[in-house]
Design a protein around this ligand. Structure first.
Ligand SMILES: Nc1ncnc2c1ncn2[C@@H]1O[C@H](COP(=O)(O)OP(=O)(O)OP(=O)(O)O)[C@@H](O)[C@H]1O
Ligand SMILES: [Mg+2]
Length: 314
């Protein structure tokens, strides 16, 4: 396993959104401030893999325990299913059987907190999956008793940039008008990519956070476009290739090797190699080398045969 080879205590570039590894980039910090300060409807968008879910999980860890928070991650649920999930998640005793009763229980809970001046946050991740009627129903929760929008309630809708377009739907005009803040996560810039990589290595127990050369990091920045999910996949593969080649320092060549491997994987379906199993990777690489040598051998033999036939024939 490459961990002991590089003196690591755990995988630094796992794809699991682990709050211990959270890196606060500039745009993450800007979004954090908005999310902590704004009430009403807040929309958080960002391209896939920029860290929306990671930010939500990191914020949840740091949240004031007085704030009631529910995080809905499964937006394939119908609205009633989401209400049921929220009741459960908020720890509200749920004796009500019908959807209308459940909705009334949630509204009652939100109203009571509102009147007591207590903050409540409803987070809906992957909100782009919601249809227009469901979004409208969610928006209506802001106005629980039909009078005025709550001052202490926050509904945070999270998704890719297309989410903004969905909210522009003509049936959601009231919702659109109620948006109190829009935050957009951006890819990391070059300096952030370097801090991100070194930070992850440090948290994973590396003694030498300079494990990746400067040129290697520049290549990673270029290939990933600063998207953390891509950085993780690439760095994890680069460590595997470094281990397989007995190189303790990851240079640009190793990163290029990993990029070629990832690109090939993207174009040609192949049996995936478990990234935790470098032996499998090595055997796949040597199989590939053997295959290429065989193909080259066959090509050379047929060229010689063709030449001989032409020569003899002539
Ligand atoms: N700011 C960050 N700090 C640490 N790790 C991050 C950060 N952003 C992203 N990652 C890493 O990249 C992976 C993808 O991030 P995440 O799932 O949060 O992205 P997302 O924006 O929610 O993507 P999607 O649009 O696909 O839901 C995470 O599992 C995590 O490992
Ligand atoms: Mg996400």
């Amino acid at each position: 396993m490459y961990l002991s080879f590089f003196g690591l205590s755990e995988r630094p570039f796992s794809l699991a959104p682990d709050p211990r590894f959270f890196f606060m980039g500039t745009s993450h910090q800007e979004a954090r401030t908005q999310i902590e300060e704004r009430r009403g409807l807040v929309v958080l968008t960002g391209e896939a893999g920029t860290g929306k879910t990671s930010l939500l999980l990191a914020l949840r860890e740091r949240l004031d325990p007085e704030i009631a928070v529910t995080h809905v991650f499964n937006t394939t649920l119908p609205f009633d299913g989401m209400v049921e999930f929220m009741l459960e998640d908020l720890g509200i005793a749920k004796l009500e059987e019908s959807p209308a009763m459940r909705l009334a229980a949630l509204s009652g809970f939100l109203s009571a907190r509102e009147q007591a001046g207590q903050r409540t946050t409803l987070v809906i991740d992957e909100a782009q999956n919601l249809d227009v009627p469901t979004l409208a129903q969610l928006g209506a929760l802001q106005n629980m008793d039909g009078t005025a929008p709550g001052k202490h309630l926050q509904i945070l809708l999270v998704g890719p940039p297309e989410l903004e377009a969905r909210l522009e739907h003509s049936d959601l005009q009231h919702l659109w008008a109620a948006i109190g803040a829009r935050c957009r996560l951006r890819p990391l810039d070059a300096a952030e990519v370097e801090s991100y990589i070194r930070g992850r290595l440090r948290i994973a127990g590396a003694h030498d956070t300079g494990l990746f050369s400067q040129r290697a990091i520049r290549r990673i920045t270029q290939y990933s476009g600063g998207i953390p999910r891509v950085i993780n996949t690439l760095c994890d593969h680069a460590l595997l290739f470094g281990y397989a080649d007995h190189k303790r320092r990851i240079d640009r060549h190793i990163v290029n090797h990993a990029i070629a491997y990832l690109k090939e994987g993207a174009h040609a379906p192949r049996t995936p190699v478990a990234v935790d199993d470098p032996a499998a990777l090595e055997s796949t690489a040597s199989n590939r080398t053997r295959q290429m040598l065989t193909i080259a051998g066959v090509a050379l033999a047929s060229a010689l045969l063709g030449f001989a036939l032409t020569f003899l024939g002539g």
